[in-house]
Design a protein around this ligand. Structure first.
Ligand code: PGA
Length: 252
């Protein structure tokens, strides 16, 4: 049985006080509504990770970062290492998000280095992939995702791959209010699973958690999560309201 996961990507939102409030609201909402058998991961901006880990330790969720450095340690001003995150109690890290690829020029090569360092330091990568609108319109979406998945993950051994969570996030659906249809999500998730099966074998592919991300909200989560290859969601905008986020958690 694969794990079910809902992760909230806060991106660059919330002041310190607002973040503190939201963390407690999520904790209270989870205590009240429960989370079933779903693992809940909150990914706040990095200045709030320590506070998040403290609150998470007393409550029922895990904490992920939104990025980590491709370098191990040393003279890299402004960077945050995988070892630092691990030492604070961070368990997961979003890597390869389209906003990092677009605005910070992250290449598959750099993302592969980040994945290696995350794994080396006991952090589970949530690896994001997905095509832009023009690529889908030109029917290149399978090629794009195949290339992203193979460049970032195919150098890994089987044991390492078993740690990975994949998030399929069609870029045209991120923050746009346009969600992939349940059929579009299911067919791409199935395709990603087949890529992993071809490379690493059926058993490992069967256990791979693949999240959907892109305008997933409390209204559409249930029909997305009902698909056999959709194991949960990576939630942006709707993760900024505790009630909406926990409603998504309870959409399975
Ligand atoms: P969104 O963002 O839910 O606001 O579309 C998802 C993401 O970027 O992870």
């Amino acid at each position: 049985m694969r794990k079910k996961i809902v992760a909230g990507n806060w991106k660059m939102n919330k002041t310190f006080q607002e973040a503190d409030d939201l963390l407690f609201e999520i904790a209270d909402e989870l205590n009240e509504k429960g989370r079933g058998d779903v693992d809940v991961i909150v990914c706040p901006p990095s200045p709030y990770l320590e506070m998040s880990c403290d609150i998470a330790a007393e409550n029922d969720f895990l904490v992920g970062a939104q990025n980590l450095s491709q370098w191990e340690s040393g003279a890299y001003t402004g960077e945050i290492s995988a070892a630092m995150l691990h030492s604070m109690g961070v368990t997961h890290c979003i890597l390869g998000h389209s906003e990092r690829r677009t605005y910070f020029g992250e290449t598959d090569n750099a993302i592969a280095k980040k994945i290696d360092l995350a794994l080396k330091n006991g952090i589970i990568p949530i690896y994001c992939c997905g095509e832009v609108l023009a690529e889908r319109q030109q029917e290149k979406h399978y090629d794009v995702v195949r290339s992203q998945v193979s460049e970032a993950l195919f150098h890994l051994g089987k044991e390492a791959l078993q740690q990975i969570i994949v998030a399929y996030e069609p870029v045209w659906a991120i923050g746009t209010g346009v969600t992939a249809s349940p059929e579009q999500a299911q067919e791409m998730h199935k395709f990603i699973r087949s890529l992993i099966a071809d490379k690493f074998g059926n058993d490992i592919a069967d256990d791979l958690v693949i999240l959907y991300g892109g305008s997933c909200n409390a209204k559409n989560a249930a029909e997305l999560f009902a698909n056999s290859d959709v194991d949960g969601g990576l939630i942006g905008g709707a993760a900024l309201k505790a009630q909406d986020f926990v409603a998504i958690v309870n959409s399975f």
